[in-house]
Structures are given as C-alpha cells and as structure tokens.
Design a protein around this ligand. Sequence first.
Ligand SMILES: *[C@@H]1O[C@H](CO)[C@@H](O)[C@H](O)[C@H]1NC(C)=O
Ligand SMILES: [Cu+2]
Length: 124
Amino acid sequence: MNKAIALVASSFLILLLASPTVFATDYTVGDASGWTLEVDYTKWATGKEFKVGDTLTFKYSPSFHQLDEVSEIDFNSCNSSKPIQSYKDGNTKITLSKAGRFFFLCPIGNHCSRAMKLAVTVCI
Ligand SMILES: *[C@@H]1O[C@H](CO)[C@@H](O)[C@H](O)[C@H]1NC(C)=O
Ligand SMILES: [Cu+2]
C-alpha cells in the first residue's frame, strides 16, 4: 500500500477508536409524531441499536405532556411518584451516557397506561 494512503487510513482508524461519539446518532423519539399519545413507542424502538453517546430527543407540547425517566419497576407499573429525572421543557435531549436499560414515561393523567412510555436498551 502507498505510504500516504496507509497514513490516512491509520489516522482514521485512530480517530474511530478514540472518539466513538463522532458517530453518535440523534434519535427523535416517535420521529415526526414526537412524544405524544397514539404512538407505539415499543414499535418505534424495535430494530434500533442504541449506543453509548447516542441521544434521544423528545419533542412535545408541555401543556399536554411531560417526560420522566423512571426505574424499570416504576415503568412497568406506570408509577411516576419518584422519577429519576423530570423534564417539561418541550424539547428534551437525553444523552445515553452508559450501557443498560433506560425507561421513560409521560406522567400526565393516564398517558403512561395508554402506552406513552419508552424503554431502550443501550449497548457499548
Ligand atoms: C411508586 O413508587 C414509589 C417508589 O418509586 C413507591 O414508594 C410507591 O409505593 C409506589 N406507588 C405505588 C402505587 O406502587
Ligand atoms: Cu402525555
């Protein structure tokens, strides 16, 4: 291989290894529908491979919806009494900072039991 090409290739490889966040993906939850009722977020998440450093952006009207990150137990029972984090700014960007499972729901009314909830699995 030509030396210059080898140098470029190895520099690129080093960049790749050193900065995985260069390739982070920003997901808009629910795509064009955003964070709202009548969207199947389980279906939305299916087939997506979330990685550490990716972000989730939740877009919603704060007059109607909010966003809580909760534990798995609270997620399963739609219990928003002690969220890990609460957001109500209408445009919430969350960085998936570590591998594992993350759980989100809307704490307004019965929205969570009407399927306004999202669980994601984040891989390294
Ligand atoms: C909701 O969760 C909190 C802790 O996260 C717990 O103390 C409380 O008992 C739960 N409420 C219900 C109705 O399960
Ligand atoms: Cu809601």
